[in-house]
Design a protein around this ligand. Structure first.
Ligand code: COA
Length: 345
């Protein structure tokens, strides 16, 4: 029997309505539109309202992905939610998502910082390749605005909220994740960490007073790490897939910082026309950033049937991950109105 591939048959995103510009932030912390744009490329980001949570954003993206695939929650064999900002420490947000979608399959949460979605795609592909599952929903959802330290101007200006999702389905056509590289270097843990709230420093008056329950980042160290790892892991995954950069139709990098994206693309000689960038409009949405960018590329017809994409991410851990993904040639979702013109041209 042939090993099935995990073709992307549906995609969807959820972006909270509220847009927060750099000028809005400048009224809250000592910063400026000019500084944020020059250092990160970010102009605005989305932030949730009071009644929105990671679970509701994940469900919004998941519903759209299922609809696009022409499927219902009952068709799902597994749900994987990548997030570092679940509604609760326990239960896993994946079970809330399963319940809210009305699915009756297994569900679990993957906590690997900003690389979580690429890790989750690689995991999903294994379940499909072994024949254990036929249809899997993979979501990246992140509500960063409630765990950033609004007194730390060096980090709070960089993040945003959102969610993106894809449905993978078993197919004989060579498609979906063709190769992946997953990496971790825990010696860099301190560079991107929420020190309090876990079992090392359980929540207490002291942890709250010391602001240990918020994310802390050593921006310079993370910058150095990202600019080293992004090109390295991209090269490695292309090698694994037996491809070169010329075979790539699109690069979809983690949207943390425009300077990091441009550096990584430049190192490999990938022209910026082939790089999906939306960090200017969403900021860093952590595990949601790659699926949000992927969904936009698919909706806009920039990613088309048969295209070969490279996804590359870095984040807390420190971790990194890359994947080569091929879009199916005969996926019905491409015939929906948003992409119909491109699909037939
Ligand atoms: N507005 C205005 N000034 C700010 C500021 C803000 N929001 N944040 C920091 N500054 C100031 C600093 O206080 C510092 O001032 P000083 O020189 O008087 O001490 C100055 O700007 C430079 O700070 P520095 O941290 O050296 O800036 P940088 O060029 O390294 O840029 C980052 C900072 C965070 C944008 C950059 O390091 C970065 O992008 N790192 C990677 C982060 C990342 O990708 N994280 C996601 C991981 S998934």
């Amino acid at each position: 029997m042939k090993t099935p591939y995990g073709n992307i048959v549906g995609w969807g995103k959820y972006a909270p309505e509220r847009i927060v510009t750099n000028d809005d932030l400048a009224q809250r912390v000592d910063t400026s539109d000019e500084w944020i744009r020059a250092r990160s490329g970010i102009r605005e980001r989305r932030m949730v309202g009071e009644d929105e949570h990671t679970s509701t954003m994940a469900v919004g993206a998941g519903r759209e992905a299922l609809e696009r695939a022409g499927l219902t929650a009952a068709d799902l064999d597994l749900i994987i939610v990548a997030t570092s900002s679940p509604d609760y420490l326990t239960p896993p947000v994946s079970s809330q998502v399963q319940d809210l979608l009305g699915a009756s399959c297994g569900a679990f949460q993957v906590v690997v910082g900003c690389t979580g979605f690429v890790y989750s795609l690689a995991i999903a592909q294994q379940f499909i390749a072994t024949g254990a599952c036929r249809t899997i929903l993979v979501v990246g959802a992140e509500l960063t605005s409630r765990w950033i330290d609004w007194e730390d101007r060096a980090t709070c200006v960089l993040f945003g909220d959102g969610a993106g999702a894809v449905v993978l389905q078993a197919s004989d056509e060579p498609s979906g994740v063709l190769a992946f590289v997953l990496g971790s270097d825990g010696s860099g843990a301190e560079h991107l960490i929420v020190p309090g709230g876990g079992v090392a420093h359980p929540p207490s008056h002291e942890t709250v007073d010391a602001r240990l329950n918020y994310v802390r980042m050593n921006g310079r160290e993370v910058f150095k790490f990202a600019t080293r790892k992004m090109p390295e892991t991209l090269e490695a995954v292309l090698g694994k897939a037996g491809l070169t950069v010329d075979d790539l139709d699109l690069l979809i990098p983690h949207q943390a910082n425009l300077r990091i994206i441009e550096y990584a693309a430049g190192q490999l000689g990938i022209p910026m026309e082939k790089v999906v960038v939306n960090v200017d409009r969403y900021g860093n949405t952590s595990a949601a950033s790659i699926p949000l960018a992927l969904c936009e590329a698919l909706d806009e017809g920039r990613a088309r049937p048969g295209d070969t994409l490279a996804l590359v991410a870095f984040g807390a851990g420190l971790t990194w991950a890359s994947a080569v993904v091929r879009l199916g040639l005969h996926t019905p979702a491409f015939r929906t109105p948003a992409t119909a013109a491109e699909a037939v041209s």
